[in-house]
Ligand binder design. Sequence first.
Ligand SMILES: NC(=O)c1ccc[n+]([C@@H]2O[C@H](COP(=O)([O-])OP(=O)(O)OC[C@H]3O[C@@H](n4cnc5c(N)ncnc54)[C@H](OP(=O)(O)O)[C@@H]3O)[C@@H](O)[C@H]2O)c1
Length: 300
Amino acid sequence: MVCDAGMTTFDADRHATEPAAVPTVSLNDGSAIPQLGFGVFQVPPPDTADVTLAALEAGYRHIDTAQMYGNEAGVGEAVRRSGLDRAQVYLTTKLNNGFHRPDEARRAFDDSLTALGVDAVDLFLIHWPLPTRYDGDFVSTWKTLTEFAADGRARSIGVSNFQIAHLDRIVAETGVTPAVNQIEIHPYWGNETVRAHDAELGIVTEAWSPIAQGGVLGDPVVTGIAEAVGRTPAQVVLRWHIQRGDVVFPKTLTSARMRENLALFDFELSDEQMATLSGLDRGPAGRTGPDPDVFDYIPR
Ligand SMILES: NC(=O)c1ccc[n+]([C@@H]2O[C@H](COP(=O)([O-])OP(=O)(O)OC[C@H]3O[C@@H](n4cnc5c(N)ncnc54)[C@H](OP(=O)(O)O)[C@@H]3O)[C@@H](O)[C@H]2O)c1
């Protein structure tokens, strides 16, 4: 993975509203992703267009949604209402758990493009590996995503919540390495072995629930460093991710926090502060979400 921190911004010269100076991270397929984006998990569908539009107006140029969130249409509406060109906004969505069979995946992908109102997405992910479902077959699902990359309707393809064995299997059986692996990471759950394996395979790690849904912000270690550097606890934790080189997309419903979470590029944490935050890792006990090896939820 190459982090081009400070060198480029995402289509910076063509923005209708002033974007933040967000670095891009190079992917193994030759494209690049803004290192900081905006996540819309748990943004209520009726509010998603307004909330996402506020994020675009604040300067975000990377939106992370999913079929499971039920709010792709609101994301697409926000992009259109923003007046930005489609090419100026990096869009990620994810295959829902009920649609892993190839024909279902093809139909669901078409539905995502329709809901978003776009010809192509920048990144399409398998949301969960579901190793205990579909007779343990997530390989044919991954092969199906390679079709979307080949026909250009997904500029990049990747996975989410894949463990080491899942990654090794899809690479060995298809010869195609995902561009990203989106996994839970925050100071209470560093997810270091999967993260290291991603790096070995040339896969960029994306960190979901980067502030543990707010759960790490009251930790005295976090608040102490925040006080020392004159920043908020959320900014300190998000900056920790940025300096580790991972891609993040915190979610918030408020404009003030959107701006706060974007203001990460005019300060630095010392090596000692980075190590202290990494030292909060509780291992798998620190997860806020489910264990991908056993998670088998299929939405009705
Ligand atoms: N692939 C997956 O399986 C998966 C799973 C989970 C999440 N994700 C992705 O990751 C994104 C982020 O994760 P997440 O939404 O679970 O959690 P998160 O970004 O770690 O935290 C969001 C929570 O923190 C609060 N918050 C945000 N900024 C804050 C600030 N500056 N100060 C204090 N509180 C703040 C928000 O409250 P308010 O909204 O009230 O401000 C919200 O309750 C999601 O939106 C989604 O795109 C992916």
